[in-house]
Design a protein around this ligand. Sequence first.
Ligand code: AMP
Length: 289
Amino acid sequence: MYLFKRKDDLRRFLTSAREKGATTGFVPTMGALHQGHLSLIHRARQECSLVVCSIFVNPTQFNDPADFEKYPITIEKDIQLLTATGADALLLPSVAEMYPEGPGTPGPRYDFGELETVLEGRYRPGHFQGVGRIVHKLLDIVQPQRLFMGQKDLQQCLVVKHLLKLIGSPAEMIICPTLREPDGLAMSSRNMRLGPAERNNAVALYKALCYVRDHLGGPTSLPEVVAAARLQLQSAKFDIDYLDVIAVREDGAVLFPQAPVSGLPMYAVVAASMKGSPVRLIDNLLMNG
Ligand code: AMP
């Protein structure tokens, strides 16, 4: 695997590979890699002749400075995992390399519509502008044919799909399924920050989503099912930012239906942290189809 710290070196490498007919698949990450990340590399490996990964903990998408400070970093192990998984190139830039203008300098303003004010957008103001800013920069460098992202960050996928349209990128977005631990907890770099008791308890998040899935469409109304799932999660000592059922329209818009809808994918979505824990976890589960 080739390791690039400078974007211009990667650009030159990719130009030459493209001239030789390579199809580029791109997997952007913030590192602290786990099997979920590697599943995206595997998928890209199957579909593309050149697999590029990036590891960059992007300061502009952290609305909480403490979350940024504490974000786990395991670069040596990440490089080994990527090499073993068959990535061809890794971009590992510094903050100055990605933000020569300075990360504190205001960037472009992207119009993501309501996606920016609901769910994650509501609880993490500015987060998706930061995501848009870094993904835009990375796409400019890598110019992939395919972009591989995880359903684990569903709203991020919707925002980036929107971004591709806004910036006229021809990249095709491939949304990959969420990989889970054996007990059902969605794999996440942030899980590393959970103590053993918290880690055991964290499965309550997945159980709440399963509860919604298993009861939706039955005799209990959607709002009542969601209310019961919220109670379950609160009994497991979680503070909930949101636990909702959404439907996603073809154009990426998010709806909050009061009853199951047919013809649109519906997801239960959750963001919560355990009482006294600074670690905020998110997850979602497809309810239909
Ligand atoms: P991150 O490093 O958290 O920014 O994630 C990088 C990419 O990996 C994003 O597209 C995530 O949605 C995806 N990802 C994170 N966790 C998982 C998981 N458990 N299963 C599949 N993809 C994931």
